[in-house]
Design a binder for this molecule. Sequence first.
Ligand SMILES: O=C(O)CCC(=O)C(=O)O
Length: 264
Amino acid sequence: MLSDAQIAEFHDQGYLNGGPLLDDEAVEVLRDELGRVIRDQDREDVPQPVRLVNLGGDDNAPVWQIVNIWEASEAFKELLYAPKIVEEMGQLTEATELRIWHDQIQYKPAKVGGTTGWHQDAPLWSIIRPMTEVSAWVAMDDVDEENGCMSMVPGSHRWGNQMEFIRTIRGDDFDAMPEEFEGHKVEVMRRPVKKGEVHYHHALTWHGSHDNTSKRPRRAIAIHYMTHETRYEASGNHVMKPFVEVEDGEILRGEHFPTVWKKE
Ligand SMILES: O=C(O)CCC(=O)C(=O)O
């Protein structure tokens, strides 16, 4: 349960470290499951995630991303319902219902793990509206400056959809962020997260992560939650679109978008 001060911090900054969620044993189960799902990716006799790819496409600097590992692993499915996460997500979004939009493993291997360019989530999720989603990002390693922690721009979730501008700063230099944008001071905050902790961010917060130059892997899962008001927008595109079973403009729900929490 978050305090009023933490909720206010989230609304002000667009992100918040929610603190410890999983003990070492629970993290170990998830690490083992992640390894198993990667090993089993070509098997037809076990459930598979929606997608397993090297996000940047650069074999020398991979960022492994798995979409909907929950569909391939009971342990990750259970995590979607973690009481601490759904209760706090309810506080942050003021939702009356939470459904899963999708999850994403974010795995940067030791020494070679690449950069995840600056972005806002919501503009890239063009099949859902409005842009009010919040994500819970759970660290499966100590994630810090050395192994590619996320960086966030405080307050940027209040500046609207700025993906067109953000694309212009997505070069090779992750630190090439301007100091000012349309009258707003732009600060870049590194966001280290300890193994087993959960970190929240708003879907319009500018964020990304630098490369992993350390000897340690950097494994995390982002769980993206929808609220009671999230609707399907048929004109957009997304890897989850083939799984949508509702009509344009309807509340997005269904087998692949499970309801995980309802306000009592
Ligand atoms: O893990 C990362 O570096 C990026 C995660 C991200 O972009 C997200 O969770 O929205």
